[in-house]
Each structure stands twice: as C-alpha cells, then as structure tokens.
Design a protein around this ligand. Structure first.
Ligand SMILES: Nc1nc2c(nc(Br)n2[C@@H]2O[C@H](CO)[C@@H](O)[C@H]2O)c(=O)[nH]1
Length: 236
C-alpha cells in the first residue's frame, strides 16, 4: 500500500494508463481489459488491473491538475515500480489548426505551474515524452488510423482551468503549442526523475478559439481510438 493507493505489492502492472477522471478509468477497464479487478478506491480515485492482448495493464485515475497527478505518479513509480505511464486525457485546442475530436500525441509539455519552478529553482526544464513510446504511438496511429486527425506537438499544462489571464497563452500558441490541459508536464518531469517512460495522448474535447465542444458520443468514440493507440504503444 502507499499513502493514496490501496493496492498490495504486485497488484499494479508495469504499464499504467492514466486518465484524469476515475470514472473514465472504470470505463477503460470495463471496455478494454479482460478480468479487470479494482485494486484501489481510496478517496474515490479508482485503479484497476487486467490484461489486454495478454499483457498485464493497469488503469489509474490521476485527478485534475499537476498536484493531484503528481501524488499518484510518484506512488506508482516509487511504491509500485511502474515502468510506463501513458496519460490518456482530454485537452482544449489552442489553434485552429486543430478541430475538436483531433488527437494530440505530446512530444513535450510547457507549463505555467509552480511545480517545476520549485523543482528547478526557477530555471526552465524541458519536460519531454519517452521517445520510443512516442514513436510507437505514432506508428500505432498510422497502422490503425483513428477517425480523427492525429497531431504530434506540444501541450501547455496549465494550473488554471478558469484562466485569469487568457492572453498569457498567446506566446505559447505563437511558438507552436497545440493544446492546453493540466497534467502532462508534471508527468514527464517525474518519469525523467525516476528513469521511467511516460507519454501523454489527449483528445481535443473543447476549442478555446472557436468555443466548439464535442458531444458525449463523439468523446466516447475518439477516446476509444486514443486508448487503442496508447495500449499498442505501451505494449510494443
Ligand atoms: N486548463 C484546461 N484544462 C482542460 C481544458 N480542456 C480540458 Br478537457 N482540460 C483538461 O480537463 C480537466 C479540466 O476539465 C483537466 O484535467 C485538464 O487536463 C481546457 O480548456 N483548459
């Protein structure tokens, strides 16, 4: 057991899919994993382990924002020896190059969070994905193209959902950042610290520029495509 995850040693697989929403973790476990078993529901943040095409895979909710995500990622890496974490989440599109339902495979993640400022004493670290995992995800998306477009690019992991200074995202957009969410940069930093593998794949569920949003049915379809990419990449 760890402070926030009630799993016994060995109950969590080396590969973990990491959605923000615990109910999405349940949906992934029920939809994609055989013999899925609940290993933790501490504070309602659900975690399951099952098998996918013969590989043991776990699904753990991370919660929203880098502080919550970091609690679970630290314990997955440090207390349970997890090797690979793939964040499978949603984000908002920051550019009209993307449409809602598109999928972003994040090669890196910028952040406005204090979490890395503290960690690097005010200097700028570059949180990046594990390259072999990134490459495998791109290859999986090419081998079995999803219904929507796939983009490889940067995310902005913001600490604010209700931004008090929306104009501050402008420089990020001008430097090619594709979407905004709240967890990837912290995950990439922790994976590097522990010498493990991490990747973030996000579906665009809202559009910051156009205000467009996806329907629940569209979200489910696109989310399924993303999970298939994540599973193929993590088990390649
Ligand atoms: N900051 C931010 N986070 C977003 C946005 N759209 C989505 Br989905 N998210 C993600 O969804 C949750 C907030 O609804 C967080 O976990 C974020 O990662 C957005 O437009 N902005």
């Amino acid at each position: 057991m760890s402070t926030h995850i009630a799993a016994a040693p060995g109950q969590i697989a080396p590969i973990v899919l990491f959605p923000g929403d615990p109910l999405r973790a349940r949906w992934i476990a029920e939809t994609f994993l055989d013999d899925a078993e609940l290993y933790s529901e501490t504070r309602g943040m659900l975690g399951f382990t099952g098998t996918w095409e013969g590989h043991r895979v776990s699904v753990q909710g991370s919660g929203m924002g880098q502080p919550s995500m970091a609690i679970y990622a630290n314990e997955l890496f440090d207390s349970y020896g997890v090797e690979t974490i793939v964040r499978v989440g949603s984000c908002g599109a920051l550019t009209e190059k993307l449409a809602v339902r598109d999928i972003i495979i994040a090669n890196g993640a910028c952040t406005d969070s204090g979490i890395n400022r503290v960690r690097f004493n005010g200097l700028d670290y570059a949180p990046v994905a594990d390259f072999p995992l990134l490459r495998a995800a791109v290859e999986a998306s090419e081998a079995e193209p999803p219904a929507s477009a796939v983009h490889v690019g940067l995310l902005l992991s913001s600490d604010q959902f209700y931004s008090t200074r929306p104009e501050l995202t402008e420089p990020f957009v001008q430097h090619g950042v594709l979407g905004v969410e709240m967890e990837a940069a912290g995950l990439y930093t922790l994976a590097a610290y522990y010498g493990r593998r991490a990747l973030a794949i996000c579906t665009v569920s809202d559009h910051i520029i156009t205000g467009e949003e996806t329907t629940a049915q569209e979200r489910e379809q696109t989310f399924g495509d993303m999970i298939r990419i994540a599973l193929r990449a993590a088990t390649a």
